[in-house]
Design a protein around this ligand. Structure first.
Ligand code: FAD
Ligand code: NAD
Length: 480
């Protein structure tokens, strides 16, 4: 008897929907099971990223940044606005429209590629066997297939000391939905979500306090960049408190009382809302029936080999559910690769050149090794840094805080990493991703013509600086 599908993908987030599209492009009969129901009670594709992650957070970051600039920057351009006021209902409506357009777009792509979207919860019964529990139905449908791809993603970590109540103590999804600006907003965790959503509400007028357990800020970033970011964020009014471990959070009427330990003392703060943003964990609930034993690692990630195979034959896994970094573009690339593997091709995902971006203002972006990693490895490297203050376009934009730093091997000059903070570095970092993918040297970038006046000239100058010869920046003179 023939199988229902060649491939069933479980999860329609960036890893899953991309895997499904690539499978269909390669001629496989493909279905994608996705259970997401949006706040309007409508099934939706796109997973965390499109519905409650990358996209809605960037929509609010944009709206809040424009609001902030209208208040603080327009006058310098000679633009006078009597009073800038905010319509948060409209801002949230726009966010929902941006999300709706994109999730609807994926539905369109599925149709165009002949992919069946099966709405409901998928469960792996065994190799080649998946059951589907459709929304609102109690009986399960049994489906057969040649291969299964798990792309079930991740969910926010809930901590015992500050349990979500969906109203006053919320996760990142709840923090996107506030219908008014909290006067005082607490955030537990000063990682990606803490600083991005903290920035949104701070720009809109909240007094934001971030409580971070670690003694260093953003330790995954290059130390110099993280220091600069901390300085900039504090200047903007984000009250970032390091070495601050929350011990309890209790809702008291319309407030949240938070107790935390810092410098061996207990402190208490009262907030109108509290966001808990202490990381995400792999999501595998109701994904396996008793017969389907799949190996998970000690943190609950699905274990896969370099070909994304799990411990169960013909079952593969990609995206957040297989491990860090939990980034949409990493999941998408794995989605493409797994489809090509199923088609007998030999793709590779280069995990060493996955860019990271924090969409604050200024933005932070990096790829490759940090200086602290290179020092730890005992690798000899040269470094070239250029501030955006030396860039004409940044000056014209009025956004000249920050810098670009390139790190290259001392002997071979191969680029080992690049670290940036400043305007649109989310776009600039991509040049270095391409360069590193081709194992380019800093001299290669130094010899490439960059348009003028563009922000990318800062990347060019940083490459020249690796060799001590930047043109538009005079490094401090060395003493003779
Ligand atoms: P997910 O997007 O989590 O999708 C998994 C899907 O599987 C979900 O839709 C879920 O409903 C479905 N599913 C799970 N189990 C089943 C089942 N049994 N049956 C049917 N369906 C199932 N990353 C970036 O790269 N850039 C950013 O700017 C960025 N911003 C973010 C902002 C926020 C606030 C958050 C929370 C995350 C952000 N991320 C960002 C991370 C990004 O969202 C994730 O890395 C990405 O969504 C992971 O994709 P995925 O497909 O692996 O999983
Ligand atoms: P994160 O890992 O970036 O940051 C969590 C922070 O919380 C860390 O600094 C950690 O030290 C701190 N922390 C943990 N437990 C704590 C406690 N009990 N008290 C105080 N601090 C504590 O996680 P996140 O911000 O929740 O984001 C989750 C993931 O989503 C990210 O790791 C990233 O992969 C993804 N994401 C990416 C982007 C982007 O690409 N721009 C944006 C948002 C989210």
């Amino acid at each position: 008897m023939s199988k229902d599908y060649e491939v069933i993908v479980i999860g329609g987030g960036p890893a899953g929907y991309v895997a499904a599209i690539r499978c269909a492009q390669l001629g496989m009969k493909t279905a994608c099971i996705e259970k997401w129901i949006d706040p309007q009670d409508k099934p939706a594709l796109g997973g965390t990223c499109l519905n409650v992650g990358c996209i809605p957070s960037k929509a609010l970051l944009e709206s809040s940044e424009i609001y902030h600039r209208a208040q603080h920057d327009f006058a310098a351009h000679g633009l006078k606005i009597d009073k800038v006021s905010m319509d948060i209902g409209q801002m949230q409506k726009r966010r929902r429209e941006v999300v709706g357009a994109l999730t609807g777009g994926i539905q369109g792509l599925f149709k165009a590629n002949g992919i069946d979207w099966l709405q409901g919860t998928g469960c792996i019964e065994d190799t080649g066997k998946v059951s589907l529990k459709e929304h609102g139905k109690s009986r399960k449908k049994n489906l057969t297939c040649e291969k299964i791809i798990i792309a079930s993603g991740s969910v926010p970590v809930n901590i015992e000391v500050a349990p979500f109540d969906g109203d006053r103590i919320v996760d990142s999804s709840g923090a996107l939905e506030f219908d008014s600006v909290p006067e005082r907003l607490g955030v537990i965790g000063a990682g990606y979500i803490g600083v991005e959503l903290g920035s949104v509400w701070s720009r809109l007028g909240s007094e934001v306090v971030l409580l971070e357990a670690l003694d260093s800020f953003m330790p995954i970033a290059d130390e110099q960049i993280a220091r600069e970011a901390l300085k900039q964020f504090r200047k903007q009014g984000l009250d970032i408190r390091l070495q601050s471990r929350v011990v309890s959070a209790k809702v008291k009427g319309k407030k949240v009382e938070v107790k935390y330990n810092a410098e061996n003392e207990e402190h208490t703060e009262t907030f109108d809302r509290l966001i808990v943003a202490v990381g995400r964990r792999p999501y595998t609930e109701s994904l396996f029936s008793g017969n389907a034993r799949i190996e998970l690692d000690e943190k609950g990630f699905v274990s896969v080999n370099e070909k994304f195979r799990t411990s169960l034959p013909d079952v593969y896994a990609v995206g957040d559910v297989v491990g860090n970094p939990m980034l949409a573009h990493k999941g998408m690339e794995e989605g493409i690769a797994v489809a090509e593997i199923l088609a007998g091709q030999k793709p590779q995902v280069d995990h060493a050149t996955i860019p990271s971006v924090v969409y604050t203002a200024p933005e932070i972006a990096w790829v490759g090794k940090t200086e602290q990693q290179l020092k730890k490895e005992g690798r000899e490297y040269r470094s070239g840094s250029i501030p955006f203050a030396a860039n004409g376009r940044a000056k014209a934009l009025g956004q000249q805080d920050g810098l670009v730093k390139i790190l290259a091997d001392s002997k071979t000059d191969e680029i080992l990493g690049a670290h940036m903070i400043g305007p649109y570095v989310s776009e600039l970092v991509q040049e270095i991703v391409v360069a590193m993918s081709y194992r380019a040297s800093s001299e290669d970038i130094a010899r490439i013509i960059h348009g003028h006046p563009t922000l990318s000239e800062t990347v060019h100058e940083a490459a020249l600086a690796v060799d001590g010869r930047p043109i538009h920046f005079a490094p401090p003179r060395k003493r003779k």
